[in-house]
Design a protein around this ligand. Structure first.
Ligand SMILES: CC/C=C\C=C\CC(=O)SCCNC(=O)CCNC(=O)[C@H](O)C(C)(C)COP(=O)(O)OP(=O)(O)OC[C@H]1O[C@@H](n2cnc3c(N)ncnc32)[C@H](O)[C@@H]1OP(=O)(O)O
Length: 275
């Protein structure tokens, strides 16, 4: 498996189709460095291509999920050659922001479901990451903050676009304008996470069980569900229904459907080929 400086990928066991992706800069509380953004995009793309991987569990090593953008990366992002005029410098900065955004959106580009497991702090860029994930869980001692406003920044890596659809417009506005810390329990009440676990161990085990359950399902139906739900988020009802009609006109002819029905009738677990 590819080695990364800021990440670690582990397959839970040789036969498991669940892969664990760790943010792995614990001494910096998993702050998001320039290397991180390049590697995160590459890691998700490699997991997307890996036919052994069906579901990805995303966690942080050490005491916190993620402390947001690395302050060094933030300081260097506005750097530009001295010869640049203002417009060229601004255009370079715009491109840099798009590259960082693209790394977070790699979670959505990955056809396999990504389950975020938050323990400890999930701050700024950490919220950008989890709001792009498909399922979110946390520990009781987790805390969240849409912190950008306190650094004089308008959040720009996806939180302002994705959070309203998850917690509602009013809640997103309040969290983003205040930057206040909120607990794992409040995150559950807001709908940002779907489950809160008592400890990191129970979070890991709970997420693993859900991931294994999803990994045993038809890969075509699972990737279809992710793709269609994501597209529907950005479409009106009519467009969404049209999209799934076209999708399923290609997919309802799958062997997975035949196998699932046979397995139900024969009262056994279905087996599906990889995608
Ligand atoms: C174009 C712009 C794109 C994106 C913009 C995103 C904006 C954001 O992400 S805003 C959020 C920025 N992050 C923060 O404000 C959080 C800062 N960190 C903390 O609040 C705390 O570190 C903590 C996460 C709550 C953890 O606290 P604790 O466990 O007590 O650890 P510390 O002693 O504070 O830190 C240990 C060690 O980690 C370094 N560190 C922590 N956060 C960052 C960071 N974001 N960037 C770089 N380094 C970080 C901290 O400096 C310490 O380093 P030492 O060398 O050990 O001193």
């Amino acid at each position: 498996m590819q080695q990364y400086r800021t990440l670690q990928i582990l397959q839970k066991s040789p036969n498991s189709r669940v892969f664990h992706l760790y943010l792995n800069r614990p001494h910096h509380r998993n702050a998001l460095s320039r290397d991180f953004f390049t590697e995160f995009s590459a890691a998700l793309s490699s997991l997307d291509q890996n036919t052994d991987a069906a579901v990805i569990v995303l966690s942080g090593t050490g005491d916190h999920f993620c402390s947001g953008i690395d302050f060094k990366a933030l300081n260097s992002i506005t750097d530009h050659p001295p010869s640049f005029d203002r417009a060229r410098a601004n255009e370079k900065l715009r491109r840099e922001i798009k590259v960082l955004q693209d790394a977070i959106t790699a979670i959505e580009r990955c056809r396999k479901p990504v389950i975020a497991c938050v323990h400890g702090g999930c701050i700024g860029g950490g919220v950008d990451i989890v709001t792009a994930c498909d399922i979110r869980y946390c520990t009781q001692d987790a805390f969240f903050s849409v912190k950008e406003v306190d650094l004089g920044i308008t959040a720009d890596l996806g939180t302002l676009q994705r959070l309203p659809g998850i917690v509602g417009y009013g809640n997103a506005m309040e969290l983003a304008l205040t930057g206040r810390r909120f607990s794992g329990q409040e995150a559950k009440e807001l709908g940002l996470v779907s489950r809160v676990f008592a400890s990191k161990e129970s979070l890991d085990e709970g997420a693993r069980l859900v991931a294994e359950e999803i990994a045993a399902k038809s890969p075509l139906a699972v990737t279809g569900t992710k793709a269609v739900l994501l597209r529907s988020r950005d479409m009106n009802l009519e467009q969404g229904l049209d999209y799934i009609a076209t999708w399923n006109s290609a997919m309802l002819v799958s062997d997975d459907l035949t196998e699932a029905i046979k397995a139900q009738i024969q009262k056994r677990n279905p087996t599906f080929s990889k995608l």
